[in-house]
Design a protein around this ligand. Structure first.
Ligand code: FAD
Ligand code: SIN
Length: 534
């Protein structure tokens, strides 16, 4: 299959990028499930941007830098923040219906939510189903566009490289319905494959979030960085059947109070912003309090708000909790942290270029420098939107690919061998996720990281062997990728000898700006450190 541009992933980043590229050439949009299935689709809180009369770009920049604990790249923060309002307007133009409100003297305008670490109300949202609304609007525009051909149920396996130094001229993808492997050849490839929450046992992320893009890019020789900064969302629903369903930070933004089982509050001990402190601080506080008391969860209390307001502002959370027998207008919500977001990823420059020619990244798969050591709430959809656009601009400038050598479009592996043992694949995946949860969670030690490394490396070599010897399946492909991503997370964590933001190691409990205002980068097994630009 020959196309001008290949976009892998149909979340907010991939759809934005594909739409912009489609005015300039043919786009193949490859996605591993149905086109709506993405982290984007589950986003609740909203998109952070300077939209209110009391807000300024500088305040949004300062809040982002503060949450990022000294590792944000300031120039990237400033550029992204300034691009926010225009990006929100573009979403509205294609049909996104954000929640609005009427105010005397201001008429109808966007209702802005508040979340942890934000000094102003600046979150554009569609009740508590923002992601679904945005995904729906973008998909509608993509489906209407004649220059975009979408390939659902195609899982990208690996990038196709040519030349020396290698350039990316497309990717292999497996049609998971027919079992056929196809080459998608393109002059520019944008990876928009999202995050890797599934590397942990408990995560707010859906099943697609298996870090495929980071693993593919790393195998291809791209630079990857800061993978130790995995964000744990403080409040996922603690219920055996809830699958770590997210209870949005916007609930605390509307006045929700964190309590312990005996009703006492605790966040005031940890941060002047209390329940609205940045996420790393709230997640660590809950983890500590709950473990010290031997309790199962903390609680989020919004029973003091008007029931009508709760049902209108949080219809999805209200209904989902009710389905588990919890009426949030009258009862506290049991909550516990769960893996949520990857701040690191494939290293990108200011416009989404990677260290491999013709390969670009946007969205959660990318490490752009925006989030530093801890992402500010609702800055992720913003980053994905803005970089989706910027990648389309630089990808467009890429000249056509040189002719590929003979044989390069033939899939290099035998697809007729024995199928993979899916029970084994599921067991190994579970084992990996358990090990990461146990040893590389909110609080780490050198010993726990060493144990994780040994367990991850053993699973990694078994997965690699099975991948080479068995017929390809999505389960096996994802296990291989999860093992690579787990290895990258543990290796970065072992190399950061301090605690900062989302990385907390009891053996190095402090942070040290003299030595450690550095990004950790990994390329073909080599670790390097780079000063964070001021
Ligand atoms: P995704 O939306 O995850 O899309 C990735 C796409 O790539 C999917 O279509 C997937 O199927 C596809 N894909 C993956 N691997 C392959 C492969 N090998 N081959 C082909 N296709 C592949 N952020 C905010 O800013 N505000 C919020 O309110 C917010 N709420 C959130 C709530 C939840 C429950 C979760 C899980 C996350 C939330 N986030 C929020 C984070 C945010 O949703 C994500 O970071 C963002 O949606 C990522 O967008 P993306 O386009 O990079 O990736
Ligand atoms: C939430 O609604 O709490 C999620 C927001 C985010 O991940 O930025």
């Amino acid at each position: 299959m020959q196309t001008d541009f290949l976009v892998i992933g149909s979340g907010i980043a991939g759809l934005t990028c594909a739409l912009k590229l489609a005015s300039r050439g043919r786009v193949a949009l490859v996605t591993k499930k149905n086109d709506a299935e993405s982290n984007t689709n589950y986003a609740q809180g909203g998109i952070a941007s300077v939209l209110g009369p009391d807000d300024t770009f500088d305040l949004h920049v300062q809040d982002t830098l503060k949450a990022g604990a000294g590792l944000c790249h300031r120039d990237v923060v400033e550029r992204v923040v300034r691009e926010g309002p225009e990006s929100i307007r573009e979403l509205i133009t294609i049909g996104t219906r954000f929640t609005t409100e009427e105010q005397p003297g201001r008429g109808s305008h966007l209702a802005l939510g508040r979340e942890g670490g934000h000094s102003r109300r600046r979150i554009a949202h569609a009740a508590d189903l923002t992601g679904r609304e945005v995904e729906h609007a973008l998909l509608h525009a993509v489906r209407e566009h004649p220059a975009i051909q979408t390939f659902e149920h195609h899982i990208a396996l690996d990038l196709i490289l040519t030349g020396n130094p290698p350039a990316c001229c497309g990717a292999w993808a497996l049609n998971t319905e027919s079992g056929e492997a196809l080459a998608f050849l393109s002059r520019a490839t944008a990876l928009a494959t999202g995050g890797c929450g599934q590397v942990y046992l408990h995560t707010t992320n859906p099943a697609i979030a298996t870090g495929d893009g980071v693993a593919m890019a790393y195998r291809a020789g791209a630079r990857v960085g800061n993978m130790e900064f995995i964000q744990f969302h403080p409040t996922s629903l603690c219920h055996p059947q809830a699958n770590s369903f997210l209870i949005s930070e916007a609930v605390r933004g509307e006045g929700g109070i964190l309590r312990l089982k005996d009703g006492s509050t605790f966040m005031e001990k940890y941060h002047p912003m209390g329940c609205l402190a940045p996420r790393d601080i709230v997640a660590r506080a809950i983890d500590k309090e709950v473990k010290e008391r031997g309790e199962e969860s903390a609680y989020l209390d919004i029973t003091h708000l008007e029931p009508e307001h709760i049902r209108k502002r949080f219809p999805n959370i209200y209904e989902r909790c009710l389905s588990f027998g919890i009426d949030i207008t009258r009862e506290w919500i049991p909550v516990i942290p769960a893996a949520h977001y990857s701040c690191g990823g494939v290293r990108s420059d200011r416009e989404g270029r990677t260290t491999i020619d013709r390969l670009f990244v946007c969205g959660e798969v990318a490490f752009t420098g925006l989030h530093g050591a801890n992402r500010l709430a609702s800055n992720s959809l913003l980053e994905a939107l803005v970089f989706g656009k910027w990648v389309s601009e630089v990808a467009f400038e890429t000249p056509p690919c040189p002719e590929l050598p003979d044989g390069m479009t033939r899939f290099p592996m035998d697809t007729h061998v024995e199928p993979a043992d899916e029970t084994w694949v599921a067991q190994k995946t579970e084992q990996l996720r358990q090990a990461m949860w146990r040893h590389v969670g909110i609080v780490r030690t050198n010993r726990s990281l060493e144990r994780a490394l040994a367990e991850v490396e053993a699973i990694q070599s078994e997965a690699e062997r099975a991948y080479r010897e068995r017929r390809l399946s999505s389960g096996l492909t994802e296990l291989r990728n999860l093992a690579t991503v787990a290895w990258l997370i543990v290796t970065c964590a072992l190399n950061r000898h301090e605690s900062r933001g989302l990385h907390f190691n009891l053996d190095y409990p402090n942070h040290d700006d003299e030595l450690w205002r550095k990004d950790i980068l990994l390329e073909q097994g080599e670790v390097s450190f780079q000063e964070v630009p001021v």
